[in-house]
Design a protein around this ligand. Structure first.
Ligand code: TYD
Ligand code: ZN
Length: 414
């Protein structure tokens, strides 16, 4: 590990405070999206979750150099999920209506990917601009009419669009950016007075209560509560007007943010109060998270033991070569799955990042027969899509295993 590859923060990523308390030490973990083309082991790096006693932000201590994190073998894939596609359309339609968007208005998205969201704004006549460093995704976006600037959204980029944007989107990107303060400053700069920023982040409260430890990885630098988000936005002259709780990605917040002072919706006040009541602003709330996550490992291994005792030849596969799947298999050292099934062509034929398990297509066959006939158990690694996955394979004769929030055997799908 060269000195430049990894650095360790001593001060909070958002408030700069020095009172960072450890929450969960995951030991050495591979990069969650570094699928391998061969069985050569991946480099591992420490991964430690911390809590800032000053601004309440949960964050990781380690920062991996982006050129390593997003190197050639990092593949960013737009979602295969129908759930995600239909929720993007619904969001755009709602915003067009509520903000009466039309010709002359401007919608901007940071990390706009292949235009999956912005394309739904085109019908309104509003102009759209995507900002995303992924060149290939930008090309696909252009084909559907979404112009994309191939770079990271930042305060420097924002200079070009001062006070011009009516609706700004940042979907699952705030936790990934190297500098949260710079990114949020950029949002404040581009928003026109009366404009709105719609920001989605995985919800820390859900992660803790549902033991979603596998969503902790080196790309996710921060883990937000509404309380910590409010603090971050207020540092840059923004305020939260409204929040929706979404079920996507195992529980997410969608916050609506305005310039200056905004009247908080009832939902916003309620959630802030609830977080306060639960003690999310105190380290104690997080203290037993690691132990509770580790218990999932004991439960899974106990279940595998039982299965193998009863049926030594039982075939067990995984489903969903998600980043979180890599984390779960690596952390619990589950290295005996037959394969991990995933419908993303670019992942098929590669190996999971930390264990030597091959990724195969849902249509693959074992000895001329479909996996649905031959596999006895399937561990759903992309548990946030468990309903969609089970519904896709009504012909699967075996049992599904859901690992999170509790280890659960599902007999007949849904
Ligand atoms: P994703 O949601 O991107 O999770 P993460 O952020 O942890 O990487 O990953 C979901 C994975 O599951 C993705 O590789 C596609 C796969 N998948 C299927 O193969 N079939 C399906 O029906 C669904 C819903 C997902
Ligand atoms: Zn802080």
């Amino acid at each position: 590990m060269s000195d430049e590859t990894i650095s360790f923060i001593r001060k909070c990523r958002v408030c700069g405070g020095g009172r960072l308390q450890p929450v969960f030490d995951m030991g050495l973990m591979p990069l969650a999206n570094a699928l391998r083309t061969d069985k050569a082991p991946n480099q591992r790096y420490p991964l430690t979750l911390l809590f800032c006693e000053e601004c309440t932000l949960v964050q990781i201590r380690e920062t991996i150099d982006p050129s390593v994190l997003f190197s050639d073998n990092y593949l960013y894939y737009s979602s295969q999920s129908e759930t995600a596609v239909s929720s993007a359309r619904a969001l755009a339609e709602k915003m067009i209506k509520s903000h009466d968007l039309q010709v002359g208005d401007l919608v901007m998205e940071a990390a706009s990917n292949d235009g999956y969201l912005l394309k739904h704004y085109l019908a309104s006549g509003a102009s759209v601009i995507g900002v995303d460093p992924a060149r290939e995704a930008a090309k696909i976006a252009a084909e559907v009419g979404v112009h994309t600037d191939v770079e990271f959204f930042s305060a420097r980029y924002a200079e070009k669009y001062r006070d011009m944007v009516d609706v700004f989107h940042a979907n699952n990107v705030l936790a990934h950016v190297q500098n949260q303060n710079d990114f949020v400053r950029g949002i404040e700069m581009v928003l026109r007075p009366g404009g709105v920023a719609v920001i989605e982040v995985p919800y820390l409260g859900k992660m803790i209560s549902h033991r979603e430890f596998d969503t902790i990885y080196h790309e996710h630098l921060c883990y937000f509560s509404l309380t910590s988000l409010q603090r971050l936005f207020s540092q840059h002259g923004l305020s939260i007007r409204h929040v929706d709780m979404l079920s996507i990605h195992g529980g997410s917040l969608r916050v609506f943010v305005m310039k200056g002072k905004a009247t908080q919706s009832q939902e916003t006040r309620d959630l802030l109060r609830l977080e306060q009541r639960d003690g999310m602003h105190l380290w104690n709330y997080y203290a037993d998270f690691g132990a509770r996550a580790n218990m999932l490992g004991s439960d899974l291994w106990r279940l595998f033991d039982r299965i193998h005792r009863n049926r030594p030849d039982a075939r067990i596969s995984g489903y969903g070569a998600a980043a979180k799947g890599n984390q779960l298999l690596s952390y619990f050292d589950i290295d005996f799955l037959n394969s991990v099934i995933d419908s993303t062509p670019a992942k098929q034929g590669k190996y999971m990042s930390g264990v030597n398990t091959l990724i195969s297509s849902p249509s693959h066959e074992y000895f001329g027969e479909k996996w649905t006939e031959h596999t006895d158990f399937v561990l759903i690694l992309a548990w946030n899509f468990k309903e969609e996955i089970m519904a896709k394979h009504p012909d699967f004769k075996g049992k599904w295993i859901v690992p999170i929030p509790d280890v659960q055997l599902v007999h007949e799908g849904i």
